[in-house]
Design a protein around this ligand. Structure first.
Ligand code: GCO
Length: 440
């Protein structure tokens, strides 16, 4: 029987937690929340399937925090919704929004959980669309102001904070592949946002440092690229994939430069002073978050814009997203951060988990064996790294609840806890109980 009994072999101070994000769980119809680019994208591209209700976490947050505590987790990663704090403009704060996050943080702390807030997890207020969102550095300046506000208003309730969740998704996935809001597909927008989202990070770090004594991080999603075969052109294509998906962000943060191949394609679209801005972008951070899900098999494919590759999937066991189980990639990236970028920086696995087509069975049990297996094989990689004395300090399962899985709406279930979207009932799955067995 595959189980998680080896959780007991982790050091006592290793931080196990769960992660969520604002738009995916809160429900925008509650508490005077403003509109974001996701509401607009959902209306235009997703038949209106949006985060209006989501998990109604706004009304159920106490129950949700209790679920986290009762499973024996010690930390909770969540995000602030910018349009909930500033629904209409960049000046007038929504007191209901402030009040919600105050209560949430109080509840987290009362339950002896460590709060790991993220400032930006993709719900950009719709008003920024007028200036093309992250394509304009005005947005980055306002993001700095938001960061200052968050630190000043809530900063005594947490120690660690991250600026941005998955800059690759904010930029490439949303402005080149067009799969996420705002759904743009062009290389120029993509290149600009690849840089600007990192510039926004730098504005946030500066604001946070000026306000409080936080431990600041950023959360990167790394995906393992493997050449589909040993053909030289596929090997080169994989290198480009790795630079665009992964190294663009880590090279900028840790080395203050962009990787060569990707730069040769994107440089012409970057602002003239991008090198000066890279100096700010690479100002030191205190920890790094790594989100990891899967690998891709990369094949050369000619394109007009120089992005000459395509991503394929192989024959390994797959999740309901069609993503292959490839746990080796997780330890690969932990080691890469440690060996190639910074051999001291604390590493937190800030997301890892799988979508599964979960169904209620008799007696309201949810037998999500595959998810337990997914956690088993990935956590073993993490434990090996810990045993090799790599500075991995925590692991957050994605996600606490089945929630709004972006372009897939409510059809993909990532939760340790099942959400009944008709009545907001929460039903812990077997994977939840498996963590509980060994964490409590
Ligand atoms: C992510 C996101 C999550 C997704 C998860 C599964 O950071 O990619 O944080 O919002 O739901 O990754 O796709």
């Amino acid at each position: 029987m595959i189980n998680l009994s080896f959780l007991q072999d982790f050091p006592k101070d290793f931080n196990f937690g769960v992660a969520t994000s604002s738009y995916q769980i809160e429900g925008t119809m509650y508490g005077n929340c403003g509109k974001s680019i996701w509401d607009d994208f959902a209306e235009r591209k997703l038949n209106g399937i949006d985060g209006k209700l989501a998990c109604n976490h706004i009304e159920y947050f106490k129950e949700d925090i209790k679920l986290i505590k009762d499973a024996g987790f010690k930390a909770y990663r969540f995000s602030f919704a910018w349009p909930r704090l500033f629904p209409d403009n960049n000046k007038d704060v929504n007191l209901k929004g402030v009040d919600f996050y105050k209560q949430l943080l109080e509840e987290i702390n009362n339950c002896d959980l460590e709060a790991f807030p993220t400032i930006y997890h993709w719900d950009l207020p719709i008003r920024f669309q007028k200036i093309k969102g992250w394509e304009d550095q005005e947005t980055c300046k306002h993001f700095g102001e938001l960061s200052f506000f968050i630190s000043k208003t809530f900063g005594d309730q947490f120690e660690k904070i991250s600026t941005i969740n998955e800059p690759w998704c904010v930029s490439w996935l949303s402005h080149y592949l067009g799969e996420h809001a705002p759904g743009i597909k062009n290389i120029q927008s993509a290149a600009k946002t690849m840089h600007n989202i990192l510039f926004a990070h730098s504005q946030s770090v500066e604001a946070l440092r000026s306000c409080n004594d936080h431990q600041i991080g950023i959360v990167l999603n790394n995906q393992f690229g493997q050449p589909i075969d040993s053909n030289e052109e596929n090997i080169q294509a994989t290198k480009l994939f790795d630079e665009i998906h992964n190294r663009w962000f880590s090279d900028a943060i840790f080395k203050g430069k962009y990787p060569e191949l990707a730069l040769s394609i994107l440089e012409k679209y970057l602002p003239e002073n991008y090198k000066t801005q890279l100096e700010l972008i690479s100002s030191p951070i205190d920890w790094i978050g790594l989100n990891y899900y899967t690998r891709s098999l990369i094949k050369y494919k000619k394109s007009d814009d120089g992005v000459d590759y395509e991503c394929n999937s192989g024959t390994l066991k797959k999740t309901d997203m069609g993503w292959e189980f490839y746990p080796e990639g997780l330890s690969y990236f932990i080691k890469r951060i440690n060996k190639e970028y910074d051999n001291n920086i604390p590493i937190y696995i800030t997301e890892n988990g799988m979508a599964n087509n979960d169904k209620l069975s008799l007696g309201n049990r949810i037998q999500d064996h595959d998810r337990i297996e997914f956690f088993n094989v990935h956590l073993k990689e993490v434990l090996n790294c810990v045993n090799e004395k790599l500075p991995v300090k925590g692991y957050f399962a994605w996600s606490l609840l089945d929630n709004y899985e972006w372009a897939f709406g409510y059809s993909k279930r990532f939760g340790l806890v099942f959400t009944d979207f008709q009545n907001f009932k929460r039903i812990p799955k077997n994977s939840y109980y498996e963590f509980q067995k060994y964490l409590k």
